[in-house]
Design a protein around this ligand. Sequence first.
Ligand code: GLC
Ligand code: CA
Length: 515
Amino acid sequence: MKQWLKNAVFYEIYPQSFMDTNADGIGDFKGIIQKLDYIKAMGFTAIWMNPCYASPFTDAGYDVEDYYLAAPRYGTNEDLRRLFAEAHARDMHVILDLVPGHTAYTCKWFQESMKPEKNPYSSRYVWTDSPWESLDNVDGIRGTIRGISQRNGCCGVNYYSTQPALNYGFAHVEAPWQHAVDSPEALATREELLQIIRFWLGLGCDGFRVDMAGSLVKNDDGQVETIRLWQDLLARVREEYPEAAFVSEWGEPDKALLAGYDMDFLLHFGPSHYNDLFREDNLYFSGEGKGDLRAFFDLYLHNLALTEGKGLICIPSGNHDMTRIAHHLDDKRLRLAYAFLMSMPGVPFIYYGDEIGMRYLEGITSVEGGYERTGARSPMQWDSGVNSGFSAAPPDRLYIPLDPDTDRPNVAAQLVDEGSLLNELKGLIALRKETPALQESAAFIPVCIDGYPLVYKRCDGEKTVLVVINPADREATCAFEGTLGNVLYCYGETPAAENGVLTVPACSAAYIELA
Ligand code: GLC
Ligand code: CA
């Protein structure tokens, strides 16, 4: 494993909403540079930044127009290089967001590929050979663009209709217009992807979060060929950049780590049961105490065993695609959720603003393809000044409106309040970093993962830490043999062990060394 991923704690930054330094109402690279000291002081060791390339922004930048150019609204390639350098100077790392599966419809490759004359980009995308032959039933394709080109054919899309699908080939070729995975056409796309990766690593970036990583090859049952593609590509990248880290948006660690990724996210979609933690109707971290993490842990423990020694599982507090965690949990339960995140194996990710409990804004108008996700992408709340310190632009020029609540939380206020959520999280991050038994590869030993309380041991061979969490409004007990030692962390009342029973007070969390 890359040394720098050991004991890493990531912070996800949505660049348009983080910090605006030129009063145009939109965040920028200089704003992120300005806040690096804050991010570092929180204890974060690395940053994942959402796409920041030139784009028409029909999907917030996940529609890339030019992979080799920073979006002018955020700054220049040189500013980005400086961001990497400034982060490194603080012993931090920055990963970019790589969108390998599709481009923007405005990308010059797509403009070329729409032309009737054959040219080097004719096969860069997935095209049929008749405008009437749709791709709607192709596995891995979300829809069809038709009627916009002189070229005869339809083009497949991966997400929105503005995001034509790049051609990495078909696992099973079933029509004359489909290319095999190892055809020159499909391999040309793969080579370009390698160039893009090299380009940014060469400028100093430390790796990538990879968008829809499992989606590249079409008609790919079980993603067998997509896995092979990544194995090939990542092996070649690593020859040159052994320290570069790759994190997949896959949601299936068994596949992603086989593909050669260092880490994979648990996601709010797919099979991982991530939503059972903080987001379903009967979410576990609620006072009602009706949640159930059985299904979550069944799969998690299975994957953890498979990934051991090979890679890591990332559990995020949230991200730019889902409701904010504070939409579902009250202030107390947020602390319990963070005590969970900071004591699990793998690498935790905190979404910007979750450290102060920023709210999810319901019912706001979609911005740049966000739709219901827009409410989780509002400007960062830095202080109690104009626009919460995010921007000096007139409030109606902000890219997404601020949380209108006059009591909205902010960083400045929470920094000086010892009992704030921000300081709770900061303390938990510090504790994780100084306690090897809580870190990425220390053993995870379930004690009670059925109902309430949630109890597990983390052990690094030297020390064993018992993690005890009870989000329910009522006391909860479980069978437990052992002697409680030094309490490293406690929120709420302290649990007690007696006569083979662990009694855990309502709404509490603790990390306790075992004697
Ligand atoms: C990923 C991104 C999401 C984007 C989609 C299409 O799921 O996280 O924001 O809209 O891919 O690229
Ligand atoms: Ca700006």
